[in-house]
Design a binder for this molecule. Structure first.
Ligand SMILES: Cc1ncc(COP(=O)(O)O)c(C=O)c1O
Length: 470
């Protein structure tokens, strides 16, 4: 694979400059927090950025989940919410939007992505079965495990190397998948769990050629293929940009083709779909849908609202249509890339190539003197907050949790700190501030010490764990 030359969006159009394809109608003032306040807030939060109050944060790059700015059309949609308990007209708008844009037959709303993950895991996994996937995601794997499944990582090796420049680092390694099927038998595989882009690998895409090949393998062995559609629109941008034959096709067309190879998908609509809360589950098989439609009543709500208000479903239906517009996606990924280019120019170690939704600082190279058991990525997040009030998050040993059998830490190869860019929220000037703060923290890296975990919750520990300085 060739090394994709990073380009800001303006350069892609043959010019130096580019601008966001929106103008600002309402502003939310930001609070500057003093160094003393930040020191106090960080200790109170146990050095965990998830435990900071947002009032103590200046630029919030914790996540791109539920943090998007909605458009004037989405806000207008909120006003035509039909809050009937059953059969809300907004549900039918949502159903229509998912069917048109993603191409699946049956749709259920859920309160967010993990609600959908719970349902599909309970219905499609039998205890003891294996669930191969292109790198784990925290909530996805947990639901698969709670349903009695064993997650098996079948992503290509390049995905675990932050310096490898493979253009589609989210791809499944077909030999690894075949070996698992040969070893365990096809009937022991619950389904293949394919995410695009791959969050934990640094927002890395899956190619169209790869999903076609995975589909072919699954069909040959009678195995279902389900997508984590959370950032599939962003995945479609990378296919358009990098894969031969797709440059002239719209992101919307690419998305539809990608989904046509899957049997269904779960979605955290809080990302690509531009809403602050919501999710959905979609499948093609009638029998499977019937089971899911029954189960949704237990965990989420009736199948025509699934935990969402009518107004939320309307904003989501409109957000889906806005999210697949080429201009929007180019500018969104362009902003991420702009920040990545600044950091790369200054020699700061980040995951390459820059992915879709975030810059991932490579904490192993950032703090080579801090061993993984002293939480280098958590340390980067703490130091960045101290320097400027910018909030990022850990994606390393704390996020990886413990091995269910041995009880020891899972030690992922990737030890990363994520600077996640909300959609349509910050300007390029904010990205300059972020880049300069990262550089300031990097410049004093040698004198920085790691952390010790002082409190560890049982599930998804990174959300609520507490630390202190060594
Ligand atoms: C790839 C991926 N899948 C699933 C989820 C879970 O979705 P939610 O946070 O809406 O429950 C997330 C959210 O962070 C995600 O990034």
């Amino acid at each position: 694979m060739t090394n994709p030359t990073p380009q800001t969006m303006g350069q892609q159009f043959g010019r130096r400059s580019w601008a966001e394809p929106w103008k600002i109608k309402m502003v939310e003032p930001l609070r500057m927090v003093s160094r003393d306040e930040r020191e106090r807030a960080l200790v109170e939060a146990g050095y965990n950025t998830f435990l900071l109050r947002s009032d103590d944060v200046y630029i919030d790059l914790l996540t791109d989940s539920g943090t998007s700015a909605m458009s004037d059309r989405q806000w207008a949609g909120m006003m035509i919410g039909d809050e009937s308990y059953a059969g809300s007209r907004n549900f039918y708008h949502l159903e229509d939007a998912v069917q048109r844009r993603y191409g699946f037959r049956h749709i259920l709303p859920t309160h967010q992505g993990r609600g959908a993950e719970n349902l599909i895991s309970q219905v499609a996994i039998k205890a003891g079965q294996f669930v191969p996937g292109n790198m784990y995601f925290t909530t996805t794997r947990l639901h698969q495990e709670l349903a009695g499944g064993h997650f098996v990582d079948v992503i290509i090796d390049e995905a675990h190397d932050p310096e490898d420049l493979h253009e589609f680092k989210g791809n499944v390694d077909l030999a690894k998948l075949q070996a698992l099927i040969d070893r365990e038998g096809a009937e022991q595989i619950a389904y293949v769990s394919l995410a695009g882009t791959v969050n934990m690998a640094g927002g890395q895409p899956v190619s169209m050629a790869n999903i076609r090949a995975v589909r072919e393998l699954c069909t040959r062995h009678g195995i279902r293929l389900f997508l984590d559609a959370t950032r599939l629109v962003e995945n479609s941008f990378f296919i358009q940009e990098r894969e031969a034959g797709f440059a002239e096709r719209s992101i919307a067309e690419i998305l539809l083709e990608f989904c046509s190879y899957a049997d269904g998908a779960w979605m955290s609509a809080k990302k690509d779909n531009l809403v602050n809360i919501g999710g959905w589950l979609a499948v093609n098989e009638d029998d499977l849908f019937e089971e899911l439609r029954n189960l949704v009543v237990v965990y989420e709500g009736l199948h025509t609202y699934g935990g969402l208000a009518g107004r939320d479903m309307e904003a989501l239906a409109i957000g889906i249509d806005e999210s697949v517009q080429d201009d929007h996606v180019r500018s969104r990924i362009g902003q991420v890339r702009y920040l990545g280019e600044l950091l790369t120019d200054w020699g700061i170690p980040i995951v390459q190539p820059v992915g879709g939704h975030a810059i991932f600082l490579d904490a192993r190279r950032f703090y080579p003197h801090i061993p993984q058991d002293e939480f280098p990525a958590q340390t980067v997040a703490a130091e960045l907050y101290l320097d400027s009030g910018i909030r990022s998050m850990e994606r390393g040993i704390a996020s990886a949790g413990r091995n269910a059998t041995t009880g020891d830490h899972n030690r992922p190869k990737l030890e990363l700190t994520r600077l996640t860019i909300p959609r349509r929220v910050y300007t390029q000037a904010h990205m300059d501030v972020v880049a300069e703060s990262v550089k300031a923290v990097y410049d004093v890296r040698e004198s920085t010490r790691g952390l010790r975990m002082t409190y560890e919750p049982k599930y998804l520990r990174f959300f609520q764990a507490r630390f202190e300085r060594l």
